[in-house]
Write a protein that binds this ligand. Structure first.
Ligand code: IPE
Ligand code: IPE
Ligand code: MG
Length: 241
């Protein structure tokens, strides 16, 4: 079982347009999948769940869609708070939170603070998130420490960069699932995904349910994670070619 699963929740727009509906209806349906996936993680014993909910690039979408998504986000946080407490889930945000509307940030930070004491499970929302922005921000933070004389340039290594990311205590994702069939990373967790297993399903996010999650976990269980090393396997007895 992976300790950390991250989702690129994709396909809401297509799910709605296939039905002749507005894209926002797809986002509302996708919010139901979020509830389902949180429950699955609780039942499967997955400690860290990261959801890519809004990228920095998503700000370029039509204003109506962006504001609809922000309203949906705020309403959902309020609706789900009870379930977070019930299941001792800590809500955490990664991304440029200052880009978000003030009322959304207020609600998110209130729930972040209210659930900060929980450690059984972590729900991480990537909001106004971009992997390149995160790495550039880490570089800036390190440069500022050098300028203040707190750090020598020679001390900047992988561990120092990792410690300057948004959530340094969170382990790298073991598994990254992308729905809707697109085979790209779209600026998600560029640093942390170095050795993550990738799983792409054609299922659109609003249709993604427990059996689809199980299929992803089964595929993960069948993978051989070598981290650049070699797998200790006995040699075959006979020549195979
Ligand atoms: C993912 O669904 C949700 C967000 C990016 C906020 P999309 O809105 O990208 O859906 P498609 O890819 O257009 O179908
Ligand atoms: C990635 O999906 C971002 C989120 C799921 C929040 P997009 O739909 O924005 O990605 P592209 O444009 O297909 O790469
Ligand atoms: Mg998309």
């Amino acid at each position: 079982m992976p300790q950390h699963v991250a989702f690129i929740m994709d396909g809401n727009g297509r799910w709605a347009t296939q039905r002749g509906w507005r894209r926002l209806r797809g986002h509302s349906a996708g919010a139901e999948t979020v509830r389902c996936v949180i429950r699955c993680c609780r039942d499967f014993g997955i400690r860290y769940l990261t959801l890519y909910a809004f990228s920095r690039e998503n700000w370029s979408r039509p204003q109506e869609e962006v504001s609809g998504l922000m309203t949906l986000l705020r309403d959902h946080i309020v609706k789900q708070e009870h379930e977070l407490h019930e299941n001792h889930i800590r809500l955490r945000i990664m991304g440029q939170r200052e880009d978000l509307p003030a009322d959304v940030v207020r609600e998110l930070e209130r729930v972040e603070a209210a659930t900060a004491r929980y450690d059984r499970a972590h729900l991480i929302l990537a909001l106004s998130y971009g992997g390149r922005t995160e790495i550039a921000r880490a570089a800036r933070l390190l440069a500022e420490r050098v300028a203040r004389g707190e750090l020598e340039p020679q001390q900047i290594d992988e561990a120092a960069v990792a410690a300057s990311l948004y959530l340094p205590d969170v382990p790298d994702p073991d598994l990254i699932v992308r729905t809707s069939g697109e085979q790209r990373i779209s600026n998600f967790l560029l640093w942390q995904s170095a050795y993550s297993e990738l799983y792409v399903t054609p299922v659109l996010w609003p249709d993604f349910r427990e059996p689809d999650f199980r299929a992803a976990l089964e595929a993960f269980a069948a993978r051989s994670r070598r981290f650049g090393g070699v797998e200790a396997k006995p040699l075959p007895k006979e020549k195979t070619c």
